[in-house]
Ligand binder design. Structure first.
Ligand SMILES: C[S@@+](CC[C@H](N)C(=O)[O-])C[C@H]1O[C@@H](n2cnc3c(N)ncnc32)[C@H](O)[C@@H]1O
Length: 437
């Protein structure tokens, strides 16, 4: 795997196996390595690469189970990528409409660009055995393997949701829909829907998201009306609830303290164009550029600062804020259905580190909130440690903090509101609205 891709002839299976190797063996995120693998391919093949690699990531425990059945011993380090190629072959044979012949012969051919010619015979034999022995019917009696989740995460889910973890596990294996948020600065949601009707693009709407549109089928969003003009942004329905819950009023000073790539910053500005100031902070300067691009495309303005929200003394000018959105760095376990690489990149030990960081940031940001002000704490996690337990601990140690529970609709999930993946087509998300006495 030390060779650069440029030296190879294009080969979809080899590219997919390399992406899987980079994610699963080298710890890269799909966001880092998939676009590079896709860049020399046409649109159809780009979509195929994502579909196949995400499919393998979704079903990995089962594919690994089959690999252990059919491969006598693990492959050596220098041809480890071939294990991923074989699992890609299993995935195509068991879960896709790719023809049996193409799945086998193309995977065998992919050994050449992967610099593993010597394994061609092995790949051929393993995939043919998979077909002959009907291995796809060999399902272990193991709920965690069949769920497609890593052991540690499966256990945490069973503990947190003993009554409904099976529904959550199922929802996490389903591909997420594309949600748009219409930029009402330029178009009303109804107007934009009429444009979609003219183009015969099918969609749905839901009452809770006034600017939201759910596309019925996946598509290249840059071809939708008004992409360059900033008439819409792509944002999941759960994330679209943040700006409304923050509830900014005219003349408010608003802080979005973990803001990149700026989806919620832009929404705050769309919902309340008359706020006095909107400051957006992020710790990563490269991600701050993404906020700038999004603000420019959607026609909004904010003050951008590269800074650490847990250490405001280095960037804060002393002015208190009326509203603070704290969209905290988190495990992102609520968006696994959209980004299945997350579950293989995260480790159980990451959760404690994230919980400690979140608690440091809430305390630091609370000091920047005016008395009478509102903080909205949000995560795209479904783990109680980052959500309900985090907020309960904060309320216990902070005498001037009150929970605003008006919008909470499920007593069992208190404090705050836990949205579970798939609920009303949304990602998993958590919100708690905190008022300063
Ligand atoms: C969940 S994302 C925010 C998504 C964003 N609110 C949106 O809607 O587009 C969390 C962000 O927090 C940033 N971050 C992580 N640690 C931080 C810290 N200590 N201070 C400020 N930003 C931080 C990350 O770089 C990341 O961009």
């Amino acid at each position: 795997m030390s060779q650069s891709k440029g030296r190879y002839q294009q080969n979809l299976r080899a590219d997919a196996a390399r992406v899987l190797f980079q994610i699963l063996e080298q710890g890269m995120s799909a966001r880092e390595c998939l676009p590079a693998a896709q860049q020399d391919h046409n649109e159809k093949d780009k979509a195929w690469l994502q579909e196949m690699t995400y499919g393998v990531l979704r079903q990995l425990p089962l594919l690994q189970h089959w690999l252990r059945l059919l491969l006598d011993k693990p492959l050596k380090k220098n041809v480890k990528v071939v294990e991923h190629l074989i699992m890609l072959g299993f995935y195509q044979l068991a879960f896709s409409r790719v023809s049996t012949h193409a799945a086998v012969s193309e995977c065998v051919n992919a050994c050449v660009p992967l610099n593993a010619i010597a394994t061609k015979g092995l790949v051929n034999a393993v995939l043919r055995n998979f077909i002959r022995q009907d291995t796809a019917q060999n399902l272990p009696d193991n709920e965690q393997v069949l769920s497609g989740q890593p052991k540690w995460f499966y256990k945490k889910l069973v503990d947190a949701y003993p009554d409904n973890y099976k529904t959550i596990l199922d929802a996490m294996q389903v591909k997420a829909p594309i949600w748009l948020r219409v930029n009402n600065k330029y178009k009303s949601t109804d107007e934009y829907c009429r444009l979609l009707d003219e183009r015969e693009v099918a969609y749905e709407r839901q009452a809770a998201q006034h600017q939201g549109i759910i596309l019925s089928k996946g598509c290249d969003i840059t071809t939708l009306p008004g992409y360059d003009e900033g008439w819409f942004a792509v944002q999941d329905g759960a994330a679209q609830l943040a700006a409304g819950l923050l509830g900014s009023q005219p003349n408010d000073c608003v802080l979005d303290c973990c803001a990149a790539p700026g989806g919620k910053t832009c929404h705050i500005l769309e919902l309340q164009p008359d706020i006095a100031t909107c400051v957006a902070i992020d710790i990563e300067s490269s991600r701050l550029k993404r906020i700038e691009e999004n603000l420019t495309r959607l026609g909004h303005q904010a003050t951008l600062i590269c800074g650490d929200a847990s250490k405001p003394t280095s960037w804060w000018d002393g002015q208190l804020f009326d509203r603070i959105l704290l969209d905290a760095p988190c495990s992102a376990t609520g968006i696994i259905r959209r980004h299945p690489d997350i579950k293989w990149l995260r480790k159980s030990s990451d959760i404690d580190v994230l919980v400690a960081l979140q608690s440091k940031i809430i305390d630091a940001m609370w000091a920047l909130l005016k008395p009478g002000g509102t903080m909205l704490y949000a995560t795209c996690s479904i783990l109680p440690a980052e959500n309900q337990l985090q907020i309960s601990a904060f309320l216990n140690r902070t005498p001037d903090a009150l929970l605003d529970d008006k919008f909470e609709n499920d007593a069992a999930q208190k404090p705050g509101r836990q949205i579970l993946p798939g609920e009303k087509q949304m990602d998993g998300f958590y919100y708690a609205r905190l008022l300063k006495a």
